[in-house]
Write a protein of this length. Structure first.
Length: 202
């Protein structure tokens, strides 16, 4: 069971396969894992203690960053994920921590959650994906429906206001046109975030 795997100087943490979305361009539609990680499909979800034990060898080796990102949405296990992040910060206060997320944490957990990341997570990478709520619904199929897009944007704005570095992402061409990428950049900046165009890996 792959709980921690290395990517480009960082260690990625895979705590769940649960996700409220079914994005048409999601990597897990096409592969068992990424970057030689082995299968990221979990037989069961690891405990906080098991996750910490899986991380320890990577931190001893020396990595630049701990990233909560696997084959599910990390905020499906918000409390457990933040417990692991707190351990990381206690063990190495200078270690950068990041969460790659769909930004639906508030809907998943039934409460505003951005403030809970403060002091534990340095960077939130949020999948904006498009400039239009209807298109987001059609491409990402969130189980929460049409309100998901605005909820994701509010989470991003709340996190930026709380002092977290927020990066919003879209998939590059051919999924997202240059014109749409620029509209997404304007949206991200209006929320206090910056935009990153990630490569299409279909």
């Amino acid at each position: 069971m792959t709980v921690a795997y290395g990517v480009k100087g960082g260690v990625y943490v895979n705590m769940t396969n649960r996700c409220p979305c079914s994005c048409m361009f999601c990597l897990r539609n096409n592969a068992e894992g990424v970057y030689g990680s082995g299968s990221l499909w979990l037989e069961r979800e690891p405990t906080v203690e098991e996750t910490i034990e899986a991380l320890k060898p990577w931190l001893e080796k020396g990595v630049d960053e701990v990233v909560f990102c696997g084959y599910g949405e990390p905020t499906e296990r918000l409390d457990d994920m933040l417990a692991v992040a707190s351990w990381v910060k206690a063990a190495n206060p200078s270690m950068r921590t990041r969460v790659n997320t769909n930004g639906l944490s508030d809907l998943i957990n039934g409460r505003p959650t951005a403030a809970e990341f403060v002091g534990k997570i340095d960077v939130l990478s949020i999948s904006l994906n498009t400039d239009d709520a209807r298109e987001y619904l059609e491409e990402c199929h969130p189980k929460f429906g049409i309100d998901s897009y605005e909820a994701m944007k509010k989470f991003a704005s709340d996190a930026a206001k709380a002092g977290i570095d927020v990066v919003m992402t879209v998939v590059g061409e051919p999924v997202t046109s240059r014109a749409k990428q620029e509209r997404c950049r304007e949206i991200a900046e209006s929320l206090g975030a910056r935009l990153r165009v990630r490569p299409y890996e279909g």
